[in-house]
Design a protein around this ligand. Structure first.
Ligand code: S3P
Length: 412
């Protein structure tokens, strides 16, 4: 994809439904009894993988791709069937980790497989607690996919302190606990997204009977345009109906600390999740040291935050983000390597990045490292740099934001 620098960004941008909430809506809909209708759901490569896994387990769906609406014909907590083939999670860590929790509680065996990126991502973080609960789950070298799951006699409850801050691990334990004898407790020292807890409560109140859900816009997708409007002079945008759950809004807090002009209006609660309209206009930024306790609230936004830091006066230091090495790519290495090609003064650290911002940047040919968030972060940098850049392997945006380039191409 070739992208030229733009003069300004104006108007209203509709971001797709939240990826994390969409995965969870599919899972909870499938194990509830009866029809669940999910509107504004994200239908991207990752979430379609979760849907396909449930189709393999006998769940039927009506999918209206044009209107981002699905109907799930849920079969209840014990209604899933043994899949005839391995469940393919593709590139999606959320699919694999959340389903591993759900599947250890089933009365049938299953196998979870992934693509070459997912095959390198650590699964011991779910294998360890699920095994402690009595689950029968094995990976390659006890660490990597494919994951093989056999039914176990019974699952026990667990009190588990998360060694790595991870919402996926927390969610795997919570999903397994549905099939265990007693209440489990997960202790997290650092905040991670709480969508599973919120949706759990929403469906539990309804006795796991199918219901209706609206998925808020994805703050992680909105973040790309929030940063674009912040760093490109003369910009002024509004992003309507975006999820503004506190466990996800670290990016907004940090950008405001850096000097950004961002306002959230019209906050309301829909299906247990806060939603709001985000107004952003251009503002000069200054570098900051990011508080390590904030990392869990902006873990997916660090690539685009690095872009914002490149346009800020002074130094930005990001630490405590070691887990970025284990995402769809090693995001510390990939963002540092590619932004350097655009003349950014950026250095990778073992657990973060140092960016000396405010220098003149140049267009370049850069590569996504087959990582959707790296592709989009680099595309926003390209929009803010005079001249034409090229993003190689840009099609990976389809993992979370299939119409990202339609929006970029429509900018006047
Ligand atoms: C997610 C949790 C985070 C995040 C991922 C989605 C989720 O991963 O990076 O994109 O939906 O629970 P970790 O749990 O590995 O931190």
């Amino acid at each position: 994809m070739k992208i030229k620098g733009i003069k300004r960004l104006r108007g209203e941008i509709k971001v797709p439904g939240d990826k994390s909430i969409s995965h969870r809506a599919i899972i909870f809909g499938a194990i509830s009894k009866g029809e669940t209708i999910v509107s504004n759901i994200l239908l991207s490569e990752d979430t379609l993988k979760t849907i396909q896994c449930f189709i393999e387990m006998g769940i039927e769906f009506n999918i209206d791709e044009k209107n981002n609406r699905i109907k799930i014909f849920g079969k209840g907590l014990n209604g899933l069937k043994e899949p005839k083939k391995p469940l393919n999670c593709g590139n999606s860590g959320t699919t694999m980790r959340l389903l591993s929790g759900l599947l250890v509680g089933q009365k049938f065996k299953s196998r979870l497989i992934g693509d070459s990126s997912l095959n390198k991502r650590p699964m011991d973080r779910v294998i360890v607690p699920l095994t402690k609960m009595g689950g029968n789950i094995k990976g390659v070298n006890n660490k990597y996919p494919p994951l093989d799951i056999e039914p176990s006699e019974k699952l026990n409850s667990i009190v588990y302190e998360l060694p790595v801050a991870s919402a996926q691990v927390k969610s795997a334990i919570l999903l397994a606990s549905i099939y265990s004898n007693r209440r489990s407790i997960v202790i997290e020292k650092k905040v991670t997204r709480d969508h599973t807890e919120r949706m759990f409560e929403y469906f539990q109140k309804n006795d796991f009977v199918g219901s209706e859900l609206y998925v808020p816009g994805d703050i992680s997708s909105a973040a790309f345009f929030i940063v674009a409007a912040t760093i490109i002079k003369g910009s002024n945008i509004v992003l309507k109906d975006v999820g503004v759950n506190q466990t996800r809004t670290g990016i907004i807090d940090v950008l405001i600390q850096m000097g950004a002009k961002i306002e959230i209006k019209n906050i309301r609660i829909v299906n247990n999740e806060p939603i709001g309209d985000i107004y952003v206009s251009y503002a000069p930024l200054k570098g900051i040291v990011i508080d390590e306790d904030l990392i869990g609230r902006l873990i997916d936004e660090i690539p685009i935050l690095a872009v914002a830091a490149a346009f800020a006066e002074g130094t930005t230091i990001i630490r405590g983000a070691e887990d970025l090495k284990f995402k769809e790519s090693n995001r510390i290495e990939s963002i540092a390597k590619e932004l350097k090609k655009m003349s950014v003064d950026i250095s990778p650290l073992s657990d973060g990045l140092i960016i000396n911002g405010g220098k003149k940047l140049n267009p370049a040919k850069v590569c996504s490292h087959r990582d959707h968030r790296i592709a989009m972060a680099l595309s926003i940098a390209a929009l803010a740099i005079e001249g034409e850049s090229e993003i190689l392997d840009s099609q990976w945006v389809n993992i979370s934001y299939p119409n990202f380039y339609d929006i970029i191409c429509a900018i006047k």
